[in-house]
Write a protein of this length. Sequence first.
Length: 255
Amino acid sequence: MNCALEVSAATVRYGGVAAIDDLSFHHDDGGVVGLIGPNGAGKTTLLNVLSGAVRLTTGRISLRGRDLTSRKPHQIARLGITRTFQNLQIFGSLSVLDNVLLPRVARGWATAVGDMVLLPQAHRKVRAERARAHDLLDRVGIAGYADQPAGSLPYGLQRRVEIARALAGDPALILLDEPLAGLSASESVDLTELFTKVSTEGITVLLVEHDVASVLSVSKRVLVLDHGRLLADGTPDEVSADPAVRAAYLGEEWT
Ligand SMILES: Nc1ncnc2c1ncn2[C@@H]1O[C@H](COP(=O)(O)OP(=O)(O)OP(=O)(O)O)[C@@H](O)[C@H]1O
């Protein structure tokens, strides 16, 4: 599935600071897209804009030809962009399965909760949604934990709960904000493999991550932000060989 993401002259100003500054790019090829850059480069602001948490000061964003510029987060989620957060946002006391069912409830499949008691079709809907949620847990590798409280899982698996929940919204584009933060080396490798798997299922993955080696290893395209602007845009090899990127960000360790 193509996501046809178009970011045109996007600017977000906080007082005198341009968190993103006249930023334009287009992506239509799927895969994992890495978004890297030094602290304060504007990465999180861009994710916030794409998910509707922050409004553009000027500019335009569209997905598959639909204008997202002034939409609210729940509208953007319906139109195909879902996300995970830097600080894990799951409901620790709810079961893993219920965490994944939540966005479907929010989207209205169970609006008439009372009807569930009475109507056979409501029961069928609930069964179908539960089956679908189990399938999502299977896709992200945590099927065996469905009934456990999400908060009781190891941190790396909690990250997967959040990813499953983002996938439950049937996105064209999923935004991952520092998903490897706090993970062990082996958890990072495992989760990075999941990003590839998700992208091969036709969902574009936009990955913001400070672990540059992981980003370069998993991405087909890497965008480098600096001071809210696009410093470089290319394959991992192109970006890591770019003198401007080395000077501003990667440094000598990448020689
Ligand atoms: N709500 C806000 N109010 C004022 N300034 C902000 C706000 N959010 C971000 N900024 C500023 O915008 C710039 C970009 O911040 P942003 O958090 O998007 O960068 P980042 O690349 O995600 O950084 P990091 O890697 O440290 O998370 C920074 O100068 C930051 O201080």
